[in-house]
Design a protein around this ligand. Structure first.
Ligand code: ZN
Length: 165
């Protein structure tokens, strides 16, 4: 099987991802990604659908004390859908590698993941994977109630994302 990641046009065989390579995957990619190239792609989002936000809060709560990761998809500038990704963003050898292998999706808006520690700020690991997965990134924090979330742009700056009923 061959997969092509968005920033790396060279096909990577899944069979070649041995544990030794996985352990070094993240820091290598961190030096290689092109921030501006990705941020210019995709539509500017004006908001997120209320139903999806409620679903993400519920998924975060049901995964606690573990983290969850999802990719977000927009429709006409509104974030409407999500795809769950196995693993976490803090564990280099799981979700980070899977995110790099996700097929190109023109409706990819960004990502959402939970912080069971309740801190609504991107970690260093978050700042590394944000630019690789889109423009808008939700962090959902314990206790996962209404308002326990924040949106950030790919460079980690706060973004005022409207909730659309
Ligand atoms: Zn995080």
């Amino acid at each position: 099987m061959h997969v092509v990641s968005r920033e790396d046009p060279h096909p990577v065989s899944a069979d070649e991802v041995d544990p030794d390579r996985v352990n070094h995957f993240f820091p290598i990619r961190r030096r290689d990604y092109h921030l501006g190239e990705y941020i210019d792609q995709g539509m500017k989002c004006r908001g997120i659908r209320r139903e999806l936000l409620d679903l993400l809060l519920a998924i975060a709560a049901s995964n606690d004390p573990n983290e969850f990761v999802a990719l977000l998809r927009e429709e006409n500038g509104v974030i409407e859908e999500c795809d769950l990704v196995p693993g976490t963003v803090t564990n280099e050898d799981s979700a980070s590698v899977l995110l790099d292998m996700m097929p190109l999706d023109p409706r990819r808006a960004g990502s959402a993941h939970s912080h069971p520690n309740g801190v609504l700020e991107p970690s260093d690991a978050d700042l590394s994977f944000f630019p690789r997965t889109g423009r808008y990134h939700l962090i959902i924090g314990w206790p996962y109630e209404e308002g326990d979330w924040a949106c950030f742009t790919a460079d980690g700056g706060p973004y005022d994302l409207e909730v659309i009923e």
